[in-house]
Every structure is written in structure tokens, then in C-alpha cells.
Design a protein around this ligand. Structure first.
Ligand SMILES: Cc1cc2nc3c(=O)[nH]c(=O)nc-3n(C[C@H](O)[C@H](O)[C@H](O)COP(=O)(O)O)c2cc1C
Length: 226
């Protein structure tokens, strides 16, 4: 199978999307006849070329982080480029199209609306919709020790292995990756405790300090001047 993968994170090669795709590809490559090409949508000037590669593939996956309950602008820009490149009536044998959406918030419900958009997009492009893999709670994987990410990475690699054989996202792995749409009552209670200890904010405070923005965290730049 000839697969094209698009990494839709503005962080490109150092993104969480890149890490998850890396594990997916490891599994996908287990079938020797499979080949793939991975493109970074933060290379905006190459979108026309990337869209051309789409037309010549057998399957395509667009993977991106959830941004503002939707997608980064570079992903939307690429989708619009795809739309202009493809005349769904005339372009024969478009690749099947799937999506991977990962987010900071742990609950899958945040990605459910954009999932509907992805399905509709595939339909409008005239491709077969493979499905959408949703995974929450991904921000922070780069600072977690490996043993805490192990199950996640194995799941992505198994997903890729299955995809490499069937051109489908494994339904059980997909369901497990998404987890619950909303936190359980116990989960909410634990999170409440975590918030009270200040631990829930630790990561964000660390990043604010790293970027010299900690003292400006209550700024309201869009507040109308009185
Ligand atoms: C500008 C911006 C907007 C974001 N919006 C959301 C959001 O609406 N919901 C959410 O769960 N996470 C949101 N996140 C968190 C990212 O989805 C999350 O950190 C993701 O793992 C980043 O992946 P990446 O490293 O591949 O870019 C946002 C992050 C940024 C920088």
C-alpha cells in the first residue's frame, strides 16, 4: 500500500503529532510491501506539491492537534488546496482518507465535532472515509517518562500494523484510544483534588515561566479600552 501521511501540527518535527505518527509508521512498515511518505503541513509553501502526492496515493491520513476545538490553520489551508486540486467527478481512484486528532484535554468529546467535519470532508472530496482516531490528554507526553507512554505508543504501533494490512483503523484500538467521551464522576473528583493541590497547573506554569510570560498570565489584550 502506498500511504501518504500529513502532519498538521505547527510544531512539525518536534510535535506530539510527530511522535504518535512515528509509532503508527513503525507498525505500518511491518508489512514489507508498504511504502509511505510523510509530509509536514507547516511547510506551507509546499502545499500544492503535497496535494499532488495525495492524488497518487492509495491511502492518506491527515493527523493534527486540536486547536480551539477545531484544527490549526495550516490544516485548513491544506484542505482548501486539496479541494482546488481535486475535481472529484474527474479524478479517478482518489485515496481513501482517514484522520488522527489528538488533543490536550483528556476527554474525546472535544474532538467529536471536528470528527463530523472530517467525515463530511471525505464525502465532499469524493474519497472513501476510513475513519477518525481520537486521542485526548496528549499534551505533556514529551515530559512523561517512557513507562507512562508505553501503552499509548504500543497502541499506535498496533493501529499502524493493522492499517498496513487492512487499510482500516482497528475499531477496538480506536475505541480504546479515545477512551470515555466524558470523565467519570471519580475522574472528575480526582481532578478536583489535583487542582486543589496545584499539581494540575504545574505544567502550564512551567511553560509560562519558560517563555517569560508568567507575570503576564492575567493580561487581557482584547479587553476593550474604557
Ligand atoms: C493554539 C492552541 C490551541 C489549542 N486548543 C486546544 C483545544 O481546543 N482543545 C484541546 O483539548 N487542546 C488544545 N490545545 C492543545 C493541543 O491540542 C495539544 O497540546 C497537542 O498535543 C499539541 O500537539 P502538537 O505538539 O502535535 O502540536 C491547543 C494548543 C494550542 C497551542
Amino acid at each position: 500500500m502506498r500511504l501518504v501521511l500529513y502532519n498538521g501540527s505547527p510544531r512539525g518535527r518536534i510535535s506530539n503529532t510527530a511522535i504518535l505518527l512515528d509509532h503508527f509508521i513503525r507498525g505500518f512498515k511491518a508489512s514489507e510491501e508498504n511504502s509511505f511518505e510523510l509530509m509536514y503541513l507547516n511547510q506551507v509553501k509546499s502545499h500544492q506539491d503535497f496535494a499532488e502526492k495525495f492524488r497518487n496515493a492509495q491511502a492518506a491520513i491527515i493527523a493534527f492537534p486540536l486547536y480551539g476545538d477545531s484544527m490549526p490553520t495550516i490544516v485548513k489551508d491544506f484542505i482548501e488546496t486539496l479541494g482546488t486540486k481535486i475535481d472529484s467527478g474527474k479524478t479517478p481512484m482518489l485515496p481513501a482518507l482517514g484522520f488522527i486528532i489528538q488533543s490536550g484535554f483528556p476527554e474525546a468529546i472535544h474532538s467529536r465535532y471536528i470528527e463530523k467535519y472530517c467525515e463530511k470532508l471525505a464525502l465532499r472530496l469524493g474519497t472513501r472515509y476510513i475513519g477518525t482516531v481520537i486521542r485526548g490528554g496528549v499534551e505533556g507526553i514529551q515530559i512523561k517518562p517512557l513507562f507512562l507512554n508505553r501503552r499509548l505508543f504500543i497502541a499506535f504501533s498496533s493501529l499502524g500494523r493493522h492499517f498496513g494490512v487492512t487499510k482500516e483503523f482497528h475499531p477496538i484500538i480506536t475505541r480504546k484510544l479515545a477512551g470515555r467521551d466524558k470523565m467519570s464522576a471519580l475522574g472528575r473528583f480526582m481532578f478536583h483534588i489535583l487542582k486543589m493541590t496545584g499539581l494540575a497547573d504545574m505544567y502550564w506554569k512551567m511553560n509560562l515561566k519558560k517563555h517569560g510570560a508568567y507575570n503576564r498570565r492575567f493580561d487581557q489584550p482584547y479587553k476593550p479600552a474604557l
